[in-house]
Design a protein around this ligand. Sequence first.
Ligand code: GN1
Ligand code: MG
Length: 369
Amino acid sequence: MDLASTARQFAREGRLVTVYPTGNGNVNETYIAVFRTTYDEHRIVLQRINRHVFRRPEILMENLRRVTAHIHRRLLEEADQADRIWQLPAIVPCRDGKDWFIDDEGNFWRALTLIDSARAYETAQTTEHAYEVGSVLGNFHRLLSDMDAAAITHPLPGFHVTPRYLEMYDETCRTERAQRLLENSVEAQRLARFVEERRDFANCLQRALDRGELKLRMIHGDPKVNNILIDEYTAKGTAIIDLDTVGPGLIHYDFGDALRSIANPAGEEVEKLSRVDFSMELCEGFCRGYIRFAGDMLTDADRAYFYDSIRLLAFELGLRFFQDYLAGNQYFRVRFPEQNLNRARVQFRMCEIIEAREKAIRKILADCV
Ligand code: GN1
Ligand code: MG
């Protein structure tokens, strides 16, 4: 089925004018569909969910329904006191009233409202930008803090459970393909050693959860810089998008993931390792924004694990990219075969810098959060 016919399944007024690709997601495919009437225009975000990654997309949609209903209600209640219009995309149902559409090839499609006059950046622009990214994530955590995480099923079981990625990695390493890739690349061997040196560390958040020091809450799961929208007129953060990985987890997964992303000014795809950095200014800006909104919900134990979470999430994402490279690029979309290897190198370099600056990062955390 073609894109235009798919877009027409969703309930929007007017005639479909065009559908064009947008975004840089590593997993799903995203388009914008434009509908026009005689007097105005409607744009919606149309997405094809990657069924190889999301085996049960109905769970993802069920969570999206509940989370957006919860947040929209809270935002409306607080609207008069807020210093900005916080936004969150809503589901655009199909003409038959369902929340998704399955085409004749079995593809799973859904549509969302487009947040206009706000944009996402691939990398941090300024310290103020980092502050806004922190504010948006902090406010998101705060808004979800009264939702019962135990009542929600995660669409990707084991997501951000680092020891599980290590198991997958070990399994992959035993395959012929991985062996061959490792034998032929000194760089891949270096990354494999990098992983070995951090095996014990990989369990740190999981251990804290098992011991009851940390608890599961509702989290975003993927709060990287390009999932946070900045209002073009006020320069304030207004929305967080890409809610497909929302579910029960540790807020540390989000905190670490957001920082490994916002504090790396060169971005995830840079090829020269010397350009990778963990900016202390951006880190501080982010933390100040985060604490402004999420400060009241944090415990001392939460604070105690923030440094580890930054180091761990950079390591984990590097491990996920590296495992996927060794497995033949089955999970993350690539434009060239070495792309996941390169992405892994960048995250591991970040991890190294975070380790080297541990003292200074802990100081920022102690001062801000
Ligand atoms: C994937 O598809 P995208 O770009 O929103 C991944 C995240 C990674 C991110 C790294 C479901 O997100 O966990 O942090 O790539 N999403 C999933 O760019 O695995
Ligand atoms: Mg995502």
